[in-house]
Design a protein around this ligand. Structure first.
Ligand SMILES: Cc1cc2nc3c(=O)[nH]c(=O)nc-3n(C[C@H](O)[C@H](O)[C@H](O)COP(=O)(O)OP(=O)(O)OC[C@H]3O[C@@H](n4cnc5c(N)ncnc54)[C@H](O)[C@@H]3O)c2cc1C
Ligand code: FES
Length: 353
């Protein structure tokens, strides 16, 4: 259900101030499979409290010999401060299994647009390695819009510049530097709505036709306001929403959990991937994940705040309220529900992992 893995740090490489790449070797000597664009849910106990955080792979299976994650330290933070400042080569890290849905499509897209800021480049680097070194996609134009403070704080800048030089006809990059003027391939600006629309339309050939709009696949990995702006602009210009994928790194601090009321309970049944079934009760106002963990049932999770998707389960029967910050979705049979922000509505709910 929630299998633990152990990893030895075999190399630490500084990518930018307070950003390191940790190359990891499975401590059990058995290779661990992961996909391009996935993340590693790291688990560490601080004091007596177990904490989990997601870190995307910057490596690409089949291109890089070993998996690697790239971590940018958030000021006054717990996990990233520990990883960046205190871990050393040879240390062993614990994780759950790699997971995530920020994946490349099986079918070759017509065009690929990437929008990244800061450490949001991490899963995109993994994508780009696969595209340049593995996929037979030489005729797919790729555009990267990448926002940072300046060149020095731009994670993987040297690697990206090498690719610009290697494939100028298929890979075009614009860096947006808020505090640096005159850098190559860069504009000194915040990536705002007008700039985004200008670059988007230039990439798809001006006023995009329906087929150009449908042929574009877009990946966003940046702070939430920047991703929201890009999505809204694309929606307004008629780009289909389902062809815009995003990876959200930052939990929304406004997320509030409901107050549990033990006087009313719901029955949850979960079918595990191996076919085993487990059943437990939740209190009214308690998330399905909270209830499982309270009773020692190790359902998968990482962020507990609705952004990483490692807790997704398919609803087989019954109804679940999935409560985000700005909306609550009532979901029924067939829907994928985040158990970390999912509250049973019906007396009985059946889920499948
Ligand atoms: C799917 C996924 C993939 C991720 N991949 C990466 C990655 O490749 N590299 C990476 O460095 N991080 C990545 N993250 C973010 C990472 O999981 C942590 O959220 C981040 O390192 C902060 O955790 P912390 O314990 O250091 O901060 P905390 O101690 O939890 O928080 C400290 C403060 O920082 C704020 N905060 C929390 N997270 C962020 C954030 N991401 N950006 C800005 N402020 C934040 C909090 O609201 C709080 O105020 C990813 C997150 C997700 C969900
Ligand atoms: S644990 Fe991250 S979305 Fe539920």
């Amino acid at each position: 259900m929630d299998r633990r893995l152990r990893w030895r740090i075999v190399e630490r490489r500084e990518e930018a101030p307070e950003a390191v790449t940790l190359t990891l070797e499975p401590a059990g000597k058995k290779a661990v499979a992961y996909e391009v664009g996935q993340y590693l849910p790291l688990i560490q106990t601080f004091g007596s409290r177990e904490e989990r955080r997601a870190y995307s792979f910057s490596s690409c299976p089949g291109v890089d010999t070993l998996p690697a994650i790239t971590v940018k330290r958030i000021p006054n933070s717990l996990f990233s401060t520990w990883l960046v400042q205190q871990t050393r080569q040879g240390d062993v890290l614990e994780s759950a299994e790699p997971t995530g849905r920020f994946l490349l499509p099986a079918q070759k897209p017509e065009r690929l647009l990437y929008v990244a800021a800061g450490s949001g480049i991490t899963p995109i680097l993994s994508h780009l390695k696969a595209i340049f070194y593995q996929k037979n996609w030489a005729d797919v134009p790729i555009r990267l819009l990448y926002a940072n403070r300046d060149s020095a704080h731009t994670i993987f800048k040297r690697q990206i510049d090498d690719w610009i030089n290697a494939w100028p006809e298929r890979f075009e990059v614009t860096y947006f530097f808020s505090r640096e003027r005159g850098a190559a391939h860069a504009e000194q600006a915040h990536l705002n709505n007008a700039l985004f629309e200008r670059h988007l339309l230039a990439f798809v050939g001006g006023k995009a036709s329906v087929s150009a709009r449908n042929g574009l696949l877009t990946y966003l990995c940046a702070p939430t306001p920047l991703m929201r702006m890009a999505r809204m602009a694309m929606r307004a210009l008629g780009f289909p929403d389902e062809r815009i994928l995003q990876e959200t790194f930052t939990p929304d601090p406004r997320l509030q959990h409901r107050q549990p009321d033990p006087s009313r309970q719901h029955r949850i049944t979960v079918t595990l991937p191996d076919g085993q079934r487990i059943a437990f009760d939740t209190f009214e106002g308690e998330t399905i994940l909270q209830a499982a963990l309270r009773q020692g049932i190790a359902l998968p999770y990482t962020c507990k705040s609705g952004v990483c998707l490692s807790c997704l389960a398919r609803c087989v029967s019954g109804e679940v309220d999935v409560q985000f910050v700005e909306q609550t979705n009532r979901e029924g049979p067939g829907a994928l529900v985040n158990t970390c922000i999912g509250y049973a509505v019906s007396d009985e709910v059946e889920l499948a992992l």
